[in-house]
Design a protein around this ligand. Structure first.
Ligand SMILES: Nc1ncnc2c1ncn2[C@@H]1O[C@H](COP(=O)(O)OP(=O)(O)OP(=O)(O)O)[C@@H](O)[C@H]1O
Length: 600
């Protein structure tokens, strides 16, 4: 399929924020895609629509191309001086848009002065097959070493030659890792359901399959070829991470009722890194909360899984926690995060010993256990693993009433846990992949009138520091995600809790994400000194949630009040989440309710 044709749909999508309209436009695009001649490209088109080149569980290719090189390529292709291209970029606020306008003007001129050339170019050359675009981009990502700069510029100009002005804009966005069109996966799922099954009502089946096999290209292709039956047959595949089940929070006095009213299980809530372990014979893979393969970080865990897990194949979950040298004391998350390095892993293994506290079993010996109750899954987990210092089971206790839960919470905190996880155990206590429901309820704090939990925000802007902080960015503007409107809403500024080192590192990373104007999916009435592509996520703790006319949280829901945070303090960077997994506006509203009703 011709990329230039797809772009016309993307342009329409860019011009609306209304979800229903987006679903319709995408459904039209997908109906085109499933025509016989286009089917081979469907998978790739799905990735592009997600703002990616490959699926979420694969590594995104890096092009090693900065804005400066794109400017050189534009200059070479159009004959316009570098400085003029730069000026136009500053005026337009975006490289892609500047290129689009240059190419449009150029086409206009050709049409006027040299009709022949124009007709020839549009009719015979301006076709950019998706497969061709992909192979050119692949070549681009592989160019390394001496003379690579010139080769990259040549390749880029070759791609521009095949592109319409609008396509060139999108291609530049892809290359500069700025493709995100703000289309939520849920919107794509709705459109797939509508265009292929004829109704949006089948979305839940498709979404379930997507949670179990988080590759939207694969899901779309399967739906196109095998229909809903194919989708319903999708099950856990060892080696493909499944989306993890998440926990909600409510007022602690309501927890027992919400979990069914009877007995339930509470476990320590460990302050480490969530991991999903996949074992297929001797092959062990570890996946992070973001579904990334992090096996190389934990060779010690891999070795122990091999020795201590009896089953031939299995998928189980737990939390990896840093331990002191005697494996007696749990250390905070900041310590385990030092394992994120790509080098010196063997050294780190000795310096930062870890323990995997396993808590759930999802698959064993070719059988999916997702629909078993937690009690049954846990029994099988305990049978399957022989515990040691490095792999243990999460500490758990049967709870009969709220008083017992509070005592267990206090014990967990004394032992260095973040709090407790309360889990339903009845027949319906299945493992809900990708779901944040009320089968698991976390409890991290009990003090009435105070913040009970940390908030994860994405940095969308910043101010340049003054005095001692001159040259560094601080404070930052953080937003939460409104999952109903698919917008990022400015929530709070945060400048406390950062060390000088933190600020230097943040400044370095953020400078690369600087954009001239905020993307359309950001609501922020204030104007920071600098805007950033929303990418870096930080966790903050505050004194309490407040009503503030400075915050935009709730704005897109029509709430006249804004919700913000009093005395926000930076806690840590959240590399394990993507921007759609940060705290939502809806959670802020819930937290506000809990905060105002909870007393001990
Ligand atoms: N016993 C446990 N059972 C389940 N999850 C646990 C347990 N101990 C620690 N955890 C961690 O707590 C997280 C659950 O909290 P939640 O679902 O809200 O994720 P989150 O958004 O990352 O929140 P948080 O900031 O509280 O970790 C899990 O992702 C997991 O990493």
């Amino acid at each position: 399929m011709d990329f230039n044709k797809i772009i016309s749909y993307y342009e329409k999508l860019e011009s609306t924020r209304k979800r229903l309209e987006m679903i319709e436009i995408l459904a039209q695009l997908f109906s085109e895609c499933i025509k016989e001649e286009n089917r081979k490209d469907f998978r790739k088109i799905i990735y592009l629509t997600q703002g990616r080149l490959v699926s979420e569980i694969d590594d995104f290719p890096t092009f090693g191309i900065a804005e400066k090189m794109v400017i050189q390529a534009i200059s070479k292709f159009t004959g316009i001086a570098n400085s003029n291209v730069k000026n136009l970029i500053n005026k337009k606020g975006d490289v892609g848009e500047a290129l689009e306008s240059i190419l449009k003007r150029r086409e206009g001129k050709k049409q006027t002065y040299s009709l022949d050339t124009f007709v020839k170019e549009t009719k015979t050359e301006k076709i950019l097959e998706i497969s061709r675009l992909y192979s050119e981009l692949e070549k681009l990502s592989k160019i390394k070493g001496d003379g690579s700069q010139d080769q990259k510029i040549n390749l880029l100009t070759g791609i521009f030659r095949l592109s319409s002005p609008q396509s060139a804009k999108f291609i530049v966005k892809i290359i500069l890792s700025d493709l995100r069109m703000g289309i939520a996966d849920k919107t794509i799922l709705d459109s797939l359901s509508l265009s292929i099954t004829g109704s949006k009502n089948n979305r839940s089946f498709i979404e379930h399959a997507y949670n179990i096999h988080p590759d939207l290209g694969y899901i779309a292709e399967k739906l196109m070829k095998e229909g809903l039956e194919g989708i319903k047959s999708i099950t856990i595949q060892v080696g493909i991470p499944i989306r993890m089940m998440l926990a909600s929070r409510i007022q602690y006095t309501e927890i027992q009722k919400k979990l069914g009213g009877g007995d339930f299980i509470a476990e320590y809530k460990y302050d480490g890194e969530r991991v999903q372990v996949h074992k297929k014979g001797q092959k062990i893979s570890l996946f992070s909360r973001r579904l990334k393969d992090i096996t190389h970080q934990y060779p010690d865990i891999v070795e122990c899984v091999n020795n201590q897990v009896k089953s031939e194949n299995a998928v189980f979950e737990g939390e990896i926690v840093a331990m002191d040298a005697f494996f007696e004391k749990m250390l905070p998350f900041q310590v385990v995060s030092t394992r994120r390095r790509k080098y010196d892993i063997e050294k780190m293994k000795k310096e930062v010993p870890v323990c995997l506290y396993s808590f759930d079993l999802l698959f064993e010996n070719d059988e999916s256990l997702l629909n078993l109750s937690l009690n049954d899954r846990r029994k099988r987990l305990e049978k399957m693993i022989t515990p040691s210092e490095t792999i243990q089971f999460s500490n758990k206790k049967m709870i009969h009433n709220t008083q017992e839960m509070v005592e267990y919470f206090n014990e967990a905190r004394k032992k260095g846990a973040e709090g407790i996880m309360n889990k339903a155990i009845g027949p319906d206590s299945v493992y809900k992949s990708g779901n944040r429901g009320f089968l698991w309820i976390k409890l991290k704090g009990l003090e009435g009138g105070k913040m009970l939990d940390t908030i994860d925000i994405v940095i969308i802007g910043g101010s340049w520091g003054k005095g001692r902080r001159k040259g560094l960015l601080s404070p930052f503007y953080g937003a939460v995600y409104n999952k109903e409107t698919n917008m990022f809403e400015f929530f709070t500024r945060v400048g406390s809790g950062f060390s000088d080192d933190d600020l230097e590192q943040f400044t370095d990373r953020l400078k690369k994400l600087e954009i001239k104007k905020p993307p359309k999916n950001i609501i922020c009435a204030d104007t920071p000194d600098v805007w950033f592509q929303p990418e870096i996520i930080i966790e903050v703790m505050g004194d309490e949630l407040t009503i503030s006319n400075k915050s935009d949280v709730g704005a897109s829901l029509g709430d006249p009040r804004g919700y913000s945070l009093r005395f926000p303090v930076y806690q840590r960077i959240r590399e394990d989440k993507n921007i759609y997994q940060i705290t939502t506006t809806q959670e802020i509203l819930e937290l506000f309710e809990i905060q105002n009703s909870q007393t001990l």
